[in-house]
Design a protein around this ligand. Structure first.
Ligand code: ACO
Length: 444
């Protein structure tokens, strides 16, 4: 069977209304079908294969979904070749420079920048929900101290659903969706901070509503009002992580939510996906890697060599990205912020020098250049988090707090998309063909 796929038009400006809709012609086993092409607002094109199996009997095969759009979405635009990232049309550079994290959450979830009044109402409605329901605090005492903070966060969030049974049914109204969003934006940071306090045997600190949400989170963690440089550094890290379209954890939230499972378990599943070192766990893995190289006498050439050697099982953490093939715009912002924050706090971190040297060497090395491997957002974020006192194993929790508005925006967008379907990919089966069952007694 041969298959030839030719987009009839690939480039150029959006055609005038009168032009016939774009299609792609696919020939499978001598039979040709025309498949519609969906064009996004930035002229990205996707061949719509919804009817492919009905028309031809074949499916598409795309391990890792590297070439598959699972949905249309109006939240985040990303162009990996040109290093562009925009939240609802606003460039990440501008948003990261000027916006608050709550403003970005509002923007991602509701589609527009809030007016001053809308933002005040939004943050007030979040702040009034900061406190966890009675009884919830005891949960943190039942985890072994060795539990990873991401496990505490995910399981506590699932447990929280027990206190909000009215928000767990399968067809939430718009008001209930909003209630979920406000509850999560308020209580996930509280859970994260309480989990940290109890894991370290420290008393829980109730939230302070007169602080900004970011400053309040830091207060609940550390018990003292933080330097503005620290608050601003965390604000920027949270914003840079706030959304990244259909990444592994967001796709997980959408997939779990598509079964109409409630948001508590959908977001908890997203937390699980984020935890992995190839995704949100990379920030922790980067610092562990830099520490190991530092302890090894800053012998970074050895580790660059290991990263290039497929048999070593070692990767340069914080390097490479599925969609950025030129540079990650977030990493540029964060590298600059790293210098600024450490300067303001008067910290000299040898890991920052090491990271810069590693980057310099890797970016001249043909292995990394030819594979288009560049530092991603997490190559430098860990150095900032370390400087502001966040323990290494809490790094991915910070990523989660940043990404939470994105997950909620996607969950809401999916629920409000007319006729959305349960996510259920196909496969190409490669196991044994039919064989006869042999009873145990005859198997020897
Ligand atoms: N170090 C060394 N080699 C690498 C690295 C790396 N960090 N990343 C990719 N490669 C190599 C692969 O071995 C592969 O080489 P090959 O073509 O010779 O087989 C090639 O580059 C392509 O890599 P893939 O794994 O196919 O790329 P993919 O798009 O699937 O993976 C990923 C992207 C997971 C980010 C990968 O680059 C990686 O593991 N990076 C390190 C972990 C990391 O920093 N993750 C954070 C991502 S950003 C985020 O989630 C916020």
């Amino acid at each position: 069977m041969s298959a030839k796929l030719k987009p009839n038009q690939t480039q150029g400006p959006k055609p005038p209304e009168s032009d016939p809709p774009e299609t792609a012609k696919l020939t499978v086993g001598g039979r040709s079908v025309e498949l519609p092409i969906t064009t996004g607002s930035e002229q990205e094109k996707g061949i719509d294969v919804t009817r492919l199996r009905d028309l031809t009997g074949v499916v598409t095969l795309d391990p890792g979904f590297a070439n598959t759009a699972s949905c249309t979405s109006s939240i985040t635009f990303l162009d990996g070749e040109r290093g562009i990232l925009r939240y609802r049309g606003f460039p990440i550079e501008e948003v990261a420079e000027y916006a608050t994290h709550s403003e970005v959450a509002y923007l991602l979830i509701y589609g527009n920048l809030p007016t001053r009044r809308e933002l005040e109402q939004f943050t007030a409605r979040i702040a009034e929900r900061y406190n966890l329901p009675d009884g919830m605090e005891r949960i943190f005492d039942n985890f072994p101290r060795t539990t990873h903070p991401m496990a505490v966060l995910a399981s506590s969030l699932t447990a929280l659903s027990g206190y909000y049974r009215d928000l767990t049914h399968s067809s939430p109204t718009r008001e209930e969706i909003d209630a979920v969003i406000l509850t999560f934006l308020a209580q996930v940071p509280t859970i994260a901070a309480y989990g940290y306090r109890r894991r370290h045997g420290l008393p829980i600190l109730p939230p302070k509503r007169d602080l900004s949400p970011v400053a309040n989170y830091l207060y609940m963690m550390f018990g003292a009002q933080q330097d503005d440089a620290v608050v601003q550094a965390l604000r920027q890290i949270l914003i840079l992580h706030a959304d990244h379209e259909q990444n592994c954890s967001t796709s997980t939230v959408r997939l779990v939510g598509s079964s109409r499972a409630n948001a508590f378990v959908a977001v908890a599943s997203g937390l699980g996906a984020l935890w992995g070192p190839l995704h949100g766990g990379a920030n922790q893995a980067v610092i562990e890697m830099l520490e190991a190289i530092h302890q090894d006498g800053d012998n970074f050439a050895k580790y660059i060599g290991m990263a290039k050697d497929k048999t070593s099982g070692f990767r340069l953490m914080g390097f490479g990205h599925r969609v950025y093939k030129n540079f990650d715009p977030r990493s540029r912002i964060i590298k600059k912020a790293c210098d600024q924050v450490l300067g303001k706090l008067g910290i000299h971190d040898p890991l920052l020098d090491l990271a810069k040297r590693l980057e310099e060497v890797a970016l001249k090395d043909d292995y990394f250049v030819s594979r288009k491997l560049y530092p991603n957002v997490d190559f430098y974020s860990g150095i900032i988090l370390r400087a502001i006192g966040i323990p290494t194993d809490e790094f991915t929790v910070i990523f989660a707090l940043g990404r939470l508005p994105g997950w909620l925006a996607h969950w809401r967008e999916m629920l409000e998309s007319p006729g959305f379907k349960i996510g259920r990919p196909r496969q190409i089966y490669t196991g044994p063909t039919q064989r006869k069952y042999v009873p145990l007694a005859q198997r020897g």
